[in-house]
Design a protein around this ligand. Structure first.
Ligand code: 13P
Ligand code: SF4
Length: 320
């Protein structure tokens, strides 16, 4: 990394705060970011909360500590602002399962369908979509579409299965998955249930185990512990409100930092210790500092694509 770096974490944090003020910047961080990045951020949240915050911030500069599609979304919503991603290597295996050409071909097979795209997609894919959605609002978005309309839902098949179950609607679902969440399989979860029968379970709808939970809860299987299927922000909220004092958390492990910080008297355990998104973890405090110092790396979506993609995001924000 060119240029000298402050000597320790305190100095680094102080420099980040100084540069932030100087540049009228805001630091947004996803719930999966490393603890020291979450701690320096002005706002930490899920995809929906980050989009909303990016839309209303009075700052001129957004340093986005998350992955590329999230920074793109911020730039689409606020094209007059500069959006920086501290490491361009912060991609997403789920977003990579579909591109605009594949979506156009799929749409040709279903010319009358409404396209609902999870935010974990590129700007080009969003530009080909009618609605964006997040894990926090996917059910609401699908419920807002007239029931006689065919729906193409992409790109996560586990979230798609969850939404179909919750809305009672059949949809065409793209067979994509996130490598981190797909690895949280029923056998991994069943073992943890056996070891921790007194815990409440918090499950992200991208997980490979999510359909099992829906099936068992509908059957009324009382041997299962309490189960909540939520977006990352929904999980944080639920952990605070719940009377339980022990939770098993089925998602990327970065979220445990906030849960423990906000609920020091409760116990949080990961369902899978190595459920770690290497893309989210590429962002470090040093890179946040360099990003502010050198104004790197700007994420800007070409106007034509951004104008089309914005419609799908605005439709989502209007409904939720
Ligand atoms: P949330 O919107 O629930 O934070 O999920 C984002 C994500 O990338 C999950 O892997
Ligand atoms: Fe993408 Fe999965 Fe990482 Fe989320 S956890 S950013 S879906 S690769």
């Amino acid at each position: 990394m060119p240029g000298t770096l402050p000597h320790n974490r305190e100095e680094l944090s102080a420099e980040i705060l100084r540069l932030k003020r100087e540049r009228n910047a805001v630091i947004l961080a996803h719930n999966y970011q490393v603890p020291e990045v979450q701690d320096i951020a002005d706002y930490v949240g899920d995809s929906l909360g980050l989009s909303r915050t990016a839309a209303k911030t009075p700052a001129d500069l957004i340093v986005f500590c998350g992955v590329h599609f999230m920074a793109e979304t911020a730039s689409i919503i606020s094209p007059q602002k500069t959006v920086l991603l501290p490491d361009l290597g912060a991609g997403c295996s789920l977003a990579a399962t579909i591109d605009a050409d594949k979506l156009r071909a799929w749409k040709q097979e279903h010319p009358k369908a409404v396209v609902v795209s999870y935010v974990n997609t590129t700007a080009e894919v969003k530009a080909e979509s009618d609605y964006a959605c997040t894990s926090g609002n996917a059910v609401k978005i699908v419920n807002s579409i007239p029931r006689d309309r065919e729906i193409l839902f992409l790109p996560d098949m586990f979230l798609g299965a969850y939404v179909m179950e919750k809305t009672g609607r059949k949809m065409e679902v793209w067979p994509g998955e996130c490598h981190v969440h797909a690895g949280i399989t029923p056998d991994v979860v069943n073992q943890k249930i056996k070891e921790n029968p007194d815990s409440e379970f918090l499950v992200h709808p991208e997980c490979g185990c999510v359909t099992q939970f829906l099936y068992f809860s509908e059957k009324g299987d009382f041997n299962l512990p309490l189960v909540e299927i939520q977006s990352t922000e929904g999980m944080v909220r639920h952990a605070k409100q719940s009377k339980s004092d022990k939770f098993l958390v089925a998602t990327e492990t970065g979220i445990l930092h906030r849960m423990k910080k906000e609920n020091p008297d409760k116990t949080f355990l990961p369902v899978k210790e190595d459920a770690i998104c290497e893309y989210m973890k590429t962002i470090t405090l040093e890179k946040v500092y360099r990003s502010l110092r050198d104004m790197v790396y700007e994420v800007r979506v070409p106007t034509q694509v951004a104008d089309k993609a914005r419609l799908s995001i605005q439709r989502m924000l209007e409904i939720t």
